[in-house]
Design a protein around this ligand. Structure first.
Ligand code: SF4
Length: 230
């Protein structure tokens, strides 16, 4: 199964959410989750538009399409907005890919993934999402992606992030996701701090019995749920 950026993010929030999404489970309805999703989308669109204006004059590249290796080899565009890159079983829809022309003869361009984050303080989930973007972009282009940017918060501050460590952690995370998706049954249900923003909240809140009884988790530094005694 293809691991998309949506499945990747779902896993970082909660392995059960990742499994349910991969299975195509129907959301049980959560008004707050929908509001959070809409706000993030509004921020992304607004920040992308501001970035395009700042980089002007620029050559706007493809939008909302699938970019193959040949699209990068022959690129003359400066920015591709909302484009999708795919390699092996990984796929990411990247908010913006910036192309920086290089003078090195063997490498005509450097590609930089840019991610927009609404909050004023990006967290480890945001960093790992950028790492995932960089990983898939690197595999697609066949070139190293040395750094990416997170543009965040009210001031739309730009944060430059070296991708070597976060990309490696993202790669390790995809291996964990593969294991979960191959299990065929959902992982243990562990309630966590993401539940209020999750579209499956009502489903997970239903009374559980016996072995399926939900446990509680405390957040860890990398955003993954860690089980504790209830
Ligand atoms: S409601 Fe909580 S436990 Fe259930 S899938 Fe969502 S984040 Fe995971």
């Amino acid at each position: 199964m293809t691991i998309t950026n949506e499945l990747f993010e779902a896993f970082l929030r909660c392995p059960t959410k990742c499994f349910l999404r991969a299975e195509g489970a129907f959301p049980s309805g959560n008004v707050y989750a929908e509001w959070v999703r809409r706000e993030a989308e509004l921020y992304r669109v607004g920040a992308a538009s501001n970035l395009m204006a700042r980089l002007s004059p620029l050559t706007l590249g493809p939008t909302k399409g699938l970019l193959n290796r040949s699209d990068f080899d022959s690129a003359i565009w400066r920015c591709a907005v909302d484009s999708t890159v795919q390699s092996q079983n990984l796929q990411s829809q990247i908010h913006v890919i910036e192309r920086i022309p290089l003078k090195a003869p063997e490498l005509s361009s450097q590609f930089v993934p840019i991610r927009f984050v609404r909050t004023n303080r990006p967290n480890n989930v945001d960093n790992l999402m950028l790492g995932f973007d960089a990983l898939v972009l690197s595999q697609t282009t066949g070139h190293r992606v040395d750094f990416g940017r997170i543009i965040h918060g009210d001031e739309q501050t730009s944060l430059r992030i070296k991708t070597s460590i976060v990309s490696e952690r993202a790669r390790e995370t995809t291996e964990k996701i593969n294991k979960i998706l191959q299990m065929g049954s959902p992982p243990d249900l562990v309630l966590n701090r993401h539940c209020p923003e999750c579209e499956f909240q009502s489903r997970c809140r239903r009374p559980q019995t016996g072995a399926t009884q939900a446990r509680r988790a405390r957040p860890t530094e990398d955003g993954l749920a860690l089980e504790t005694n209830s």
